[in-house]
Design a protein around this ligand. Structure first.
Ligand code: AMP
Length: 280
């Protein structure tokens, strides 16, 4: 596996692949890899001739009060995992290389970023969209892989790709979960023993929603109320939001629309903020 540290070098490597007629699959990550990330890598391997993975903890998508400094990092372990998966190139740039002095250009996806995560994290998606566009320009992928774990991120990126005519196919991948249902996340590392046990509440609430929807309940208020009741059984959990939205434009729904409904929630367990969702 080739490790590339500068954007310029990465562009040359990617351009060479393109000249050789190779299809490039790209998986952007912030590292501290788990099976969720690796599921994206495996799909990228299947669909493309070469796979580029980036590891970059993007300061632009963290607010000053968030966990940029303490975000878990373990590059050696990540390298080993990616080598085992047969990844061709790891792009691992520095902050200085991605945001040199004088940097001042940003991508703002407007309405989709004002709801859900955007309400608690108003500058988050500007940071995400900006770094993803930069990474696309640097790695020149034919296809890029994103997890449904970050549902709003996936929807925002798809919108950006359409709006800016980016020539890349966005592939959304299912959420990979721990045995008890907790969605895998690098941030799960922050949870202590008791918090880890109670973190299952997000999945339990989503399962309740699933049960109701499959039983024919469409009323969003009722579903949200029952999800809240599930979360309230866990004393360490504090709800940030529980929301039911249209997938197409993230507008809030009063009634579940078959095939176009995102049920999502953000919950604090102690100091750790977790998100999860299901698509119906
Ligand atoms: P991150 O390193 O957290 O920025 O995540 C990198 C990519 O992996 C994003 O597209 C995430 O949505 C995806 N991802 C993170 N956790 C999971 C998971 N449990 N299942 C599937 N994809 C995931």
């Amino acid at each position: 596996m080739e490790i590339v540290n500068s954007a310029k070098d990465m562009q040359m490597v990617a351009e060479d692949y393109r000249l050789e007629g190779k299809k490039i699959g790209f998986v952007p990550t912030m590292g501290y890899l788990h099976e969720g990330h690796l599921s994206l890598v495996r799909q990228a391997k299947k669909d493309n001739d070469v796979v580029i993975v980036s590891i970059f903890v993007n300061p632009l998508q963290f607010a000053p009060n968030e966990d940029y400094e303490s975000y878990p990092r373990d590059i050696k372990r990540d390298e080993d995992l990616l080598k085992k998966e047969g990844v061709d190139v790891l792009f691992y740039p520095s902050v200085q290389d991605m945001y040199p002095d004088g940097f001042q250009t940003y991508v703002q996806v407007e309405n989709l970023t004002k709801v859900l995560e955007g309400r608690s994290r108003p500058t988050h998606f500007r940071g995400v969209a900006t770094v993803v566009l930069k990474l696309f320009n640097i790695t020149k992928p034919h296809r890029a892989y994103f997890g449904k774990k970050d549902a709003q991120q996936l929807i925002v990126i798809k919108r950006m790709v359409r709006d800016l005519n980016l020539d890349v196919e966005i592939v959304g991948m299912p959420i990979v979960r721990e045995e008890d249902g907790l969605a895998m996340s690098s941030r799960n590392k922050y949870l202590n023993g008791e918090e880890r046990k109670q973190a299952v509440c997000l999945y339990r609430a989503l399962r309740r929603a699933e049960e109701l929807i499959e039983g024919g309940v469409c009323d969003a208020e009722r579903i949200k109320k029952e999800m809240e009741d599930v979360i309230k059984r866990y004393p360490l959990a504090e709800i940030d939001y529980i929301s039911i939205n249209r997938i197409s434009d993230l507008g809030e729904l009063d009634r579940v629309e078959d095939g176009n409904t995102l049920v999502s929630l953000a919950v604090r367990i102690g100091k750790t903020r977790l998100i999860d969702n299901m698509w119906f």
